[in-house]
Design a protein around this ligand. Sequence first.
Ligand code: ATP
Ligand code: MG
Length: 399
Amino acid sequence: MTDSPTLNIPPPDFLSEPALAPVLAALPEARIAGGAVRDVLLGRPVADVDLATPRTPDAVIEALTEAGIRAVPTGLGHGTVTAVSQGRGFEVTTLRRDVATDGRHAVVAFTTDWREDAARRDFTINALSMTRDGDVFDYFGGIADLRGGVLRFVGDPATRIAEDFLRILRFFRFLARGAARTADPAAVAAIRAGVPGLGRLSAERVWHELSRILGAPEPRATVRLMAELGVLPAVIPEGADAGRLERLLSGGAPADPLLRLAALLTGDPTAVATRLRLSIAERDRLLAWHTAPLARPEADDITLRRLLAEYPPETLIGRTWLAFGFGAKWDALRQQLASMPRPVFPLEGRDVVALGVAPGPRVGALLRELREWWLQGGCTADASACRTELLRRISGGTK
Ligand code: ATP
Ligand code: MG
């Protein structure tokens, strides 16, 4: 079969970077594959560089080792060796074709046919490959789709989705990121029909993709489409409203995927956090927004200090966004919350003991009582004022 390049472009700068160049020199037949080629042609910065090669993994390891480059067998089962060069890792994957699929995982066989490898990739714009000389190979019209801004499956969309339902969410990842503006109508129809298959994906995978979608600079149209096609209710059955996300973004909230998830939710956030298996840190942030009180622009300093003593600024600020607090007054409030020092209650248990209270439960009770007094006063009492008040209480003074 003839295999001639579709396009030749001046080799992009990253090809001659000191970390990558020796890897390409050791594997001259290898091509840059997938996302990096897409991003180069879009004129976007290239993050990860993945390589593909007809060589078997063993031969890749041998060639790299001979060139003095560390080869780590990170995924030999699916043909991936990581070349570690100058502290950077490049995944080198042997060309593959699918032998069997089950809706998520594929059994693969190695091949030396570049077209076969491209055929198992998800979207035409992700199925491009490029040599180190800038020869771009395009077997499925990916360049035309990049130019036309169309996101299209390689091959029959329904078949490709049934092979791996994750591709539904990947579709929205690239749409959200603006790698393409238009969704191929055949893909849209197949996605709608494929929604029930989303239930087969692990929660971790779903959140991984969802957070990437939500973290995109402008995910509104994508999330709206997800809602229309039934994908959004399938991944957040507890209840999600795309309109709420649109509202959040219209107010200029930061591109924080978790804040955007919180805005979307109409159902129980605890249930969502558990089901999507959010990390503990993510879960804590999400739930804190739902329980923290709302700071308002008209609040005085005493009130803000009290709130900051009880809640991290991040929580209070997120809460204002989720209350759709937009405009100059709310922005000023957020500025203030971010810059005010957080008041710290100045006494500890040992201060209570030092004043003659025997160690035991009374120490904690007194501390809590005194902290409450300190909060009521706007967190202005310093250690010595707190000690005086404590003494007054210990020695039987009334409140
Ligand atoms: P990103 O910039 O988000 O990393 P990417 O295109 O590099 O985008 P990856 O998830 O890193 O995406 O995958 C690398 C490449 O592997 C894709 O471009 C695509 O060709 C192929 N690929 C990844 N996952 C799948 C999948 N589930 N089905 C088919 N092809 C896939
Ligand atoms: Mg990638």
